[in-house]
Structures are given as structure tokens and as C-alpha cells.
Design a binder for this molecule. Structure first.
Ligand code: FE
Length: 346
């Protein structure tokens, strides 16, 4: 397979940010014929930095289709899992997110970098040291924060009590032992204390159903009590769609409020799906990372060490929200107003 020179250069730059060096073992993890070009380019990039590189490939079959979080083709494959645990860096192009297997690989000391976006998105949202600084600042704030309050002109008014769960940063590369990241991204997130999330979230036109690659067209009012969505109301089709989707999993844990954070990647585009949703390859990282979003979500919390492993996950990036943490303002009407998190030139 011929390796594209531009891809090799970009992946080498990415692995340099990950501090891949002489003597390290880099394993690319793929399923079926997916991402074969990325796997080749990452292996050559790793070799050029002095690392040993190889590919672990497993079949993708109907029992473990892509798209359902935490269910993937590595389940039950102990030999492959043992190999991955011995790596210094695993480049996950299979979709380990939210799985016990990912936690096990990280516990073994391997850092894990998820890469599942089209090449033009990897280029467009390529991480920077400054993005890392701002995302880590958000993480530090969330780690000491106690009371997160989100409001909007559309009627959102929801409070999270924090401290029970860890905070995860995602800035697009990883150089710390055992640390996971997602190339590309740009936000930090945590989870409200069990039973603590209370209030209303109103999804407004322009907010995003990441699972549907669709912009909300008509307001959807979510009532939240004790950490669960207890009502999904709205006159338009969007409320019907959301109710139908969650009901389809037949799992009451799908109504739980999940991770929460805000987007800080000024290179990510809110309008991404509007121009690309006809392409099957397009993924969600622009939507999850765009500068000044509130990334509200529902469903599982195993990624943060919780026990809810429902496969029903909805990421719902919202525009135009205001956020305060312990009274300190972070976002105002969708603008990053905290000076430490404002992007250069914004
Ligand atoms: Fe999510």
C-alpha cells in the first residue's frame, strides 16, 4: 500500500506531540479493512521516530457493529488484549471508548490515542500546545469545582454538583503514561455526582444531536431530576426523535445524565455537519469540540469510572449557553469569557 506523503508528515507531527521515541512500542489497532491507510502511515511515522511498530487487526462482524459504545470486536480476545497491554502507545482505530478493555490497557501503562476521523478533519483540527494548556486549565477548574451552573436564553437552567468523579481532558494527543486522548478534540469533561443533576435543559435550533448528525430544528425541553431525564417535551419532530431513540434501547439507564464540559477548539467548526453530513465517513469531533459549546450528554458513565454501561449514549453539543463554576464565569452566551481559556486572537 502506498503511503500518502502528507499523511505521513501529519502523523509524524502527531506522534512527536505524543513524545514517541526510540525504544517505544507503538501498536495500531484496527478492525477489518477499516483505516488500513492510517495504520500504515502511523507505523511508518512511529518507525521514523525510532519506535517499534506493528498492527493488531481483528475481524469486524455483525455481533459487534461499529456505532454502539463499549461493544467492540476485542471482547473475548485475551491474546490481543495482552499484546496491547504491553505497548507504550496504542492507536485505537477500532473504537474502544467506554469499554472495560480500554481501562485494562490503560491500567497496564499504555497510553491510548483514538483516531477515527477523516483525514481532512485531522488536518483542520490539528492540536496545538496552546490548546492543551487551555484544556488542562479547564480540567484543573473542574477538578476543584463544586457547583456547575448552565443557563441559556432558550431556558436551560441546570445545576451539577461535582467532586465524586474524575475529570478527563481531551486535547488531541497524549504523552503521559496510561493516559487516553482522542485525535482531534478540544474539551475537558466530568460527571455530576450521583443523583445531583437538577433542572431544565432546552435544546434550541442549532444545537446538535451528534448521534443523528443533525441540528436541532425545534426546541426540546428536558426535565432533569436526581441525575435523570424525566421528561422529553417539544412540539416539533426533534423531541419525538429523541424520545424514540432512547426508548429503542429499552434501558432506563439511557435516561441518565452523562458527561458534561465545554468546547475549546477554535479550529473546530459548528457548521461541520451542514456541509458534510452526506458523507458516511464524517464523524462527530467538530461538533463535540467547537469553541464555546456546552457538551451536554446522556447515557453511560463508565468512561469516568461509573457503573452505568448502557449502550444508549447521546452527545448533545449546545450553542449560546452561559456557564459558571462556583460563581466564576467561563462562558457567556456561547463566548469563552474566562481569560485563561480564551483562544489566541478570540
Ligand atoms: Fe460522549
Amino acid at each position: 500500500m502506498a503511503v500518502d506523503a502528507e499523511m505521513l508528515a501529519l502523523f509524524t507531527a502527531e506522534l512527536k506531540l505524543c513524545k514517541v521515541h526510540e525504544g517505544e512500542v507503538v501498536v495500531t489497532l484496527t478492525a477489518g479493512a477499516e483505516w488500513a491507510d492510517y495504520a500504515q502511515a502511523f507505523m511508518l511515522a512511529a518507525q521514523s521516530l525510532g519506535a517499534t511498530a506493528f498492527n493488531v487487526n481483528v475481524p469486524r462482524n455483525q455481533a459487534n457493529v461499529a456505532g454502539v459504545q463499549g461493544r467492540h470486536p476485542l471482547v473475548g480476545n485475551q491474546a490481543a488484549l495482552d499484546t496491547l497491554k504491553k505497548a507504550d502507545l496504542v492507536i485505537d482505530m477500532m473504537g474502544l471508548l467506554f469499554s472495560r478493555e480500554q481501562a485494562e490497557i490503560q491500567a497496564g501503562g499504555a497510553r491510548v490515542l483514538r483516531v477515527m476521523e477523516p483525514f481532512h478533519v485531522l488536518k483542520q483540527m490539528f492540536p496545538t500546545e496552546d490548546l492543551r494548556r487551555r484544556v488542562e486549565y479547564a480540567r484543573a477548574l473542574l477538578m476543584k469545582g463544586k457547583d456547575l451552573h448552565i443557563t441559556s436564553k432558550g431556558g436551560t437552567d441546570v445545576r451539577y454538583k461535582l467532586s465524586q468523579y474524575p475529570v478527563i481532558s481531551e486535547y488531541g494527543y497524549t504523552f503521559e503514561k496510561g493516559r487516553w486522548d482522542h485525535f482531534p478534540s478540544g474539551f475537558s469533561f466530568t460527571q455530576g455526582n450521583d443523583g445531583s443533576v437538577e433542572g431544565k435543559v432546552v435544546l434550541m435550533p442549532g444545537d446538535i444531536f451528534a448521534a443523528f448528525k443533525r441540528y436541532v430544528q425545534t426546541p426540546v425541553r428536558l426535565t432533569i431530576a436526581k441525575g435523570y431525564v424525566t421528561a422529553i417535551e417539544g412540539e416539533g419532530m426533534d423531541a419525538t426523535l429523541m424520545r424514540s431513540y432512547i426508548e429503542g434501547f429499552n434501558d432506563p439507564r439511557g435516561y441518565a445524565v452523562s458527561h458534561i464540559g465545554w468546547g475549546l477548539n477554535e479550529r473546530a467548526n459548528w457548521h461541520h455537519f451542514a456541509s458534510t453530513r452526506h458523507l458516511a465517513s464524517e464523524h462527530v469531533m467538530n461538533a463535540l469540540s467547537f469553541y464555546g459549546n456546552v457538551l451536554f450528554s446522556t447515557g453511560p458513565n463508565t468512561e469516568l469510572g461509573g457503573t452505568n454501561d448502557t449502550p444508549c449514549h447521546m452527545d448533545l453539543p449546545m450553542k449560546g449557553c452561559s456557564v459558571t463554576l462556583d460563581g466564576v464565569q467561563i462562558l457567556e452566551d456561547g463566548n469563552v469569557v474566562h481569560p485563561e481559556m480564551r483562544a489566541p486572537g478570540r
